[in-house]
Unconditional design. Sequence first.
Lengths: 329, 337
Amino acid sequence: MSTGEQVKTSYREAMRAAIREAMQRDDRVFLMGEDVGRYGGCFAVSLGLLEEFGPERIRDTPLSESAFVGAGIGAAMAGMRPIVEIMTVNFSLLALDQILNNAATLLHMSGGQCNVPLVIRMTTGAGRQVAAQHSHSLEGWYTHVPGIKVLAPATLEDARGMLWPALQDPDPVLIFEHGSLYNMQGVLAADAGPADIRSAKIRRAGGDVSLITYGGTLLKTLSAAEQLRADGIDAEVIDLRSLRPLDDATIMASVARTHRAVIIDEGWRSGSLAAEVSARITEQAFYELDAPVARVCSAEVPMPYPRHLEEAALPQPERIVAAAREVVG
Amino acid sequence: MSRVTGEAAPEAAADAPGAGHRRELLRQMLLIRRFEEKCVELYSAAEIRGFVHLYIGEEAVAVGVNQALTADDSIVSTYREHGHALVRGIPLDAVMAEMYGKTTGCSRGRGGSMHLFDVRRRFYGGNAIVGGGLPLAIGVALADRMRGEERVTACFFGDGAVAEGEFHECMNLAALWDLPVLFCCENNLYAMGTAVERAQAQTDLALRAGSYGMPAWPVDGMDVTAVEHAARRAAEAVRAGGGPHFLELRTYRFRAHSMYDPELYRDKAEVEQWRHRDPIEMFTRSMREAGELDDTELAAMEDALARQLEASVAAARAAPAEPVEDLTTFVYSPESS
């Protein structure tokens, strides 16, 4: 039962509170990754946790992504509940062998014997002028892979609430935290707890067009929806939250109401998660559509350093507004 | 214990196992050999398919190392793992059924030759990405360390893995965290078709492991007694909290990399030379010379194995295949999907 008390917090603090709670509730849980301990986490998510839980459970690793992600898989297989932090999704490519060939595969390849109850957290996305090796949104790639689940918390509630159910899941779960969200401030119920990790959520109800997004582009999409209201267009905004599996039912129900869809995804357009969502709408709700499905994605370029070029490469509210106007006609 | 790197380990004091023990070592080596010879036959008859990487010639390694492990220890292996699986005690019938892809297989037929699993026996595969099993072994050992378990994790891999980045990441991590891992490098001199000297700037693999600050030494991998002694010594040290140890087990694969290849990468004379050091023949000879084995006993052993193998083939043939409707089970756990 909620007490109704609200506390001021940030996405970063909400994530930290989630880790702390998990560590307190289950002694099989530990956090492992580069600079998670003494440094406090490269985005300061785990600041203070080393002092609270000690170096065995807040475990600094060498720069060996494949080894420590694989060690997380092995420890999970052997009964622990590791949280592995990878600094950015670009670095996760150094561990892709372990994530794909082991974490996603072991259960099936062993005929159902080898569960991997592992959570891997990593930062994704652009917007901080850190150029082409620290800025990409590759979560869509991971959604290609059966055997793993992919989450994208975009709100304080989800930053606070997704970790615990992810740890309860018997299968590997990847959590993508958009780098621009860590400083997001807001209020959260003092007793906020676990969130559902299976369904998409309607963040803004509307009847004219479905704007479907997740993670770092949610706020931009909500801002676009406000601009559209001034034009008399009432947009519905869907936060996918779970990128694999996708909550088709929520998406299709929305499209059935609005008859128009725009998908906003910070990944590159070709072969993107947006492409998958678009294909599903075409397959499942084609006859509901009054206009072709539109997509607003990142420009197909490695992320450039200068601010104006980075901004031009990324989905922005103006482009979302333009795309929505186009499909509304 | 002293740190020995890059040189032959001093003779370990044998715990003087008797003739009965030696007969069991021989039986296990023969089990692997005869199982794989049967696999060749079945593969040629197109009853089993896929990649089948034969261990023939390397049997002394799996059998010798296994003597140093208890049922509570863990094993992480490679795609050339029939021998490790069989000596671990995964029932012959379950291994054979896995070759057939049947539901009675040790991985319910989903894995095949390269992915034998038996989590109940702490046998964690069957990993077919070279070097990919090492991080898993690190993780299993880390879990044991964090829970205060006194288990050893034996991690098998080949000389090819030593060229992988994961190998070096894992050597470092195991030594840094003092993890209870027994690294068993099966150096059969070839990474598929690439000879060690064509792939490794430093071909003394124990020396390289030793550079991470862990005890490491080479062992004659064709001599089951030498392997057993070295493995016991290393495993006891690991179990006593001595951190990771590394054995470079120098051995040789008599057959092709996977079932058939033209073997353009090595001389027939070289293979013949190594065949003179066949671990089973050498061990049989020494037992005969010591009066520990006669023709009747050997024939009885072979006969029993042949009957077990025939029975396992019959059982595998008769076993049910997974229904196609169950294609996507085990992608996610039932409770999560």
